[in-house]
Every structure is written in C-alpha cells, then in structure tokens.
Design a protein around this ligand. Structure first.
Ligand SMILES: [Zn+2]
Ligand SMILES: [Zn+2]
Length: 258
C-alpha cells in the first residue's frame, strides 16, 4: 500500500512551502483521496497524477483545507484529452459530514451544464455521487472513519473524523485534524497491527481553545508511543526543534510504502 502526501501543511500555509494536508492512495481500482483541499488538484498535477483516475474521495470534515472539492469536480467533469469527460466524482463521508458537504457545494453547482447541453439533472447530484457511510472498501483496502474531537462550540463538536485504512492484518491510522487525546494515542500506538500512525501536529505554543494537537503535547507521551507517530499538518519543522523522538515529519509529495 502506498500513501503519498499531497501536502502536510495547514489551512493558511504559504503554497511555496507546503500544501493543505491531504493524501492520495493508489489502489487497484484507482486513486483514493484522503481529503481534497484548495491545493489538491495542483499537487496531483505536480505528482503526475490524473484527476480522471480518482476512484473515490474521502472527506474527514468541512474545513477549506480538507473539502474544497469544486476544482476537482469541475476538472473531472469538463476536463479531458478528447473534450469534457463528464465524469461524476464518488465522495464518501459519514452522514453528518455529507450533509454539510452538500450544503456547501449545492449553490455552486446549481444549473451546471451537462453532456446534453442543458443543465445537469439534479445539479450537484449530477457531478458528485455522495455516499454517506462510516466505512467503505476500495481496491482491496478497507477505509473506516472514526470520530475525533476537533472544533467545539462549547456544547457540541463539529463533525470531524480520522480514517483507518486496513488490509490483510495491517492498519494505518490517519487522524486528520484533532485535538490531543493521550489515552487514545497511547492505546493505538501500542497495537501491533498498526504499521503507521499519522497525527496532526502544530508547532505553535498551545493555547486555550486550540483545535489542533501541539508538538509540546506530543512530547509528553511515553518514548515508545512517540516513536510510532509521524507528524503531519505541521507546515514545516521549525529550525532548532528536535523531532528525533518521533517516526518523522511527513513532507509534501512524500510517499510511504506500508
Ligand atoms: Zn486542517
Ligand atoms: Zn480542520
């Protein structure tokens, strides 16, 4: 299984330095995107990957660096070597996230023209095949969404999920955006079938109301747990910061063979 990062930056990073934290997995059925932010299509171009080979997009939550789907949907629909391919895009997310995805994109795709020249019946539904699901199987890989605490209004958490990727007896955990959960991290990092654990990390000092996990917090974990964690969503490791206790910090366009 090969997972390649389209970017490992945050929502606001300088695109000359890094792109939004999204990833692509190559499967026998085609490419699977883990999130699709503002920079996903450009990053795929740089990697020599075609948007027309995308079999599925998994969306973890509704933030712009994870769900700016319009460029991908439009290029798959109107782009193509021999004219518009009119390819709809299959998108999976848990039902609460899918409701928000449709709500965000609906007005953008109302009245979009299709192969017959007139508006595509159903508007957004003609270009986005939204599948509300907590798990899906693509190309021999099993993908399962698990809830993570990310943004809370004080009473309720915004729907946000990580993704578990499983095949054979192996699993990879990809948190997407999450606040720090010590007990969970200690538990899953020690499970022997987890071969990689990609975790949200920001290098800014921890502040009240943070919606991410801070490097300072990860540094309080036992050494054997730190050694299992690959940092992501960090933009860049600041000069002088020692990350040798961790498995590493993923970089833009870095591929992991797992
Ligand atoms: Zn993010
Ligand atoms: Zn987020």
């Amino acid at each position: 299984m090969r997972l390649t990062f389209l970017g490992t930056g945050d929502a606001f990073c300088d695109w000359r330095v890094n792109y939004n934290n999204n990833a692509v997995i190559e499967t026998a059925e085609g490419l699977v995107l883990l999130d699709c932010g503002l920079t996903a299509v450009q990053s795929m171009r740089e990697l020599g990957l075609s948007v027309h080979d995308v079999a599925a997009v998994l969306i973890t939550h509704v933030h712009a660096d994870h769900v700016t789907l319009a460029p991908l949907l439009l290029e798959r629909f109107y782009g193509g070597r021999a004219g518009p391919a009119f390819q709809p895009t299959r998108v999976y997310s848990p039902p609460d996230v899918m409701t928000d995805v449709r709500r965000c994109l609906g007005p953008l795709f109302a009245g979009i023209n299709g192969p017959e020249g007139g508006p595509v019946p159903g508007g957004l539904a003609g270009v986005l095949i939204g599948v509300p699901a907590h798990q899906v199987q693509v190309g021999g890989l099993r993908f399962r969404f698990f809830p993570v605490p990310h943004v809370s209004d004080g009473e309720r958490d915004k729907p946000a999920y990580g993704v578990e990727i499983a095949w054979g007896v192996r699993r990879v955990l990809y948190t997407s955006d999450t606040t720090f959960r010590r007990e969970w991290l200690v538990r899953v990092a020690r499970e022997p079938d987890v071969v990689a654990l990609f975790h949200d990390c920001t290098f800014s000092p921890c502040y009240p109301g943070t919606v991410h996990t801070h490097f300072d917090q990860l540094c309080t974990l036992p050494p054997d747990v730190q050694a299992r964690i690959t940092l992501m969503h960090h933009v860049a490791v600041p000069d002088g910061v020692d990350i040798r206790a961790f498995a590493g910090a993923a970089g833009r366009h870095q591929a992991f063979e797992l």
